[in-house]
Design a protein around this ligand. Structure first.
Ligand SMILES: Nc1ncnc2c1ncn2[C@@H]1O[C@H](COP(=O)(O)OP(=O)(O)O)[C@@H](O)[C@H]1O
Ligand SMILES: [Mg+2]
Length: 320
């Protein structure tokens, strides 16, 4: 049953595309999840996993083949108008007025959404500041960098004042500065009660932002929970930075045969991620020190990216 505190309710959702003269595509295979109001929820998975399709069903852009989908308490299939009024969406395919300035893009969007002039000006000032777009407010959208354009799009969605916002890969591929600004703005918006659903195939974004997340692969949910819970699902993994006095082929071979998830050999500095228990990691470090002379080492529990690779390889092994 759906609860009042839930901004999104999805039950057994399936979407099969039936392109002409081609076999049907099972894009989403009976997924279920809920999102609490005022939280940031991540829909994660590799390309083709079914993330955009899920967003399109929830934003009424495409009908599901079967299953239930509610946004803000409204049935996406039976109440498309009410559903649409509850949400704003930034799609993967850009859509903005290229030949308008940043400011006019925002003004037009506000008018289109019938936001009263005074309120609109207040919100526009706020998002220009929030997204670091103030200095570029008179720049035509077409003259902005890719990252700035993306920021403008997300700013528009936030300007809408809608309770539920969907961001499809809106944070993917941004340079560090654009990213920081965008991530902070998203967090700020959520703390004011907006529910945010974002998709990404870049795991460290999700790790930083999401209160909860699901990982989907080939239309199926393969893991869900908060970031620590997802991490516990995978085999424990640790990433290490190791510095040696000298290094050589022998050391390289030794490290390789440990089957690292990730391995980078850079003169005397080595980055390596291993799937081992804490105890085993300690033993490996001792052994490395004894045989090769460690100068310095740092150990961190692995980030989501590594767990993700692990989960995906597990599910494809199960299928194989
Ligand atoms: N309009 C469409 N017609 C046919 N197949 C589609 C269509 N849209 C997406 N697909 C297919 O559905 C699957 C899921 O796509 P998508 O939801 O875009 O994944 P993601 O956003 O996770 O990359 C892919 O195999 C994709 O090729
Ligand atoms: Mg997509």
């Amino acid at each position: 049953m759906m609860k009042n505190s839930q901004a999104i309710y999805v039950e057994d959702l399936t979407k099969i595309y039936t392109p002409r003269r081609k076999p049907p595509v099972h894009a989403v295979n009976g997924i279920s999840f809920t999102v609490e109001c005022g939280t940031i929820f991540g829909l994660l998975g590799p390309n083709g996993a079914g993330k955009s399709t899920t967003i399109k069903v929830l934003t009424t852009l495409t009908p599901p083949t079967s299953g239930k989908a509610y946004v803000n308490g409204f049935n996406c299939i039976e109440q498309p108008l009410e559903t649409r009024k509850s949400l704003a969406v930034v799609l993967q395919q850009n859509a903005f007025e290229q030949f308008m300035s940043v400011l006019n893009n925002l003004r037009t969007y506000a008018q289109f959404h019938h936001i009263p002039r005074k309120e609109a000006n207040k919100r526009i000032t706020a998002v220009l500041d929030q997204f670091g777009l103030y200095d570029d407010r008179h720049t035509h959208a077409i003259d902005l960098s890719g990252g700035m354009r993306r920021r403008l799009q997300v700013a528009k969605a936030f300007l809408s004042g809608k309770p539920v916002i969907f961001l499809d890969e809106a944070t993917t591929g941004l340079d560090p500065i654009n990213r920081r600004t965008t991530l902070q703005a998203i967090q700020q918006q959520a703390s004011q009660g907006t529910t945010i659903i974002l998709t990404t195939h870049v795991l460290d974004e999700a790790e930083e932002l999401c209160d909860r997340l699901v990982i989907i692969n080939e239309g199926n949910i393969i893991a869900e929970g908060d970031v620590p819970a997802i991490k516990r699902l995978g085999t424990p993994a640790y990433s290490m930075q190791l510095t040696f006095k000298t290094t050589g082929n022998e050391l390289r071979e030794y490290l390789k045969q440990l089957n690292p998830l990730h391995f980078k050999f850079n003169n005397t500095l080595i980055d390596i991620t291993l799937q081992r228990t804490h105890q085993e990691i300690l033993k490996i470090i001792q052994e490395l020190n004894r045989s090769y002379g460690l100068v310095h080492f740092e150990v961190h529990s692995a980030d989501l990216e590594d767990v993700f690779i692990d989960l995906l390889s597990q599910t494809s092994e199960e299928r194989a």
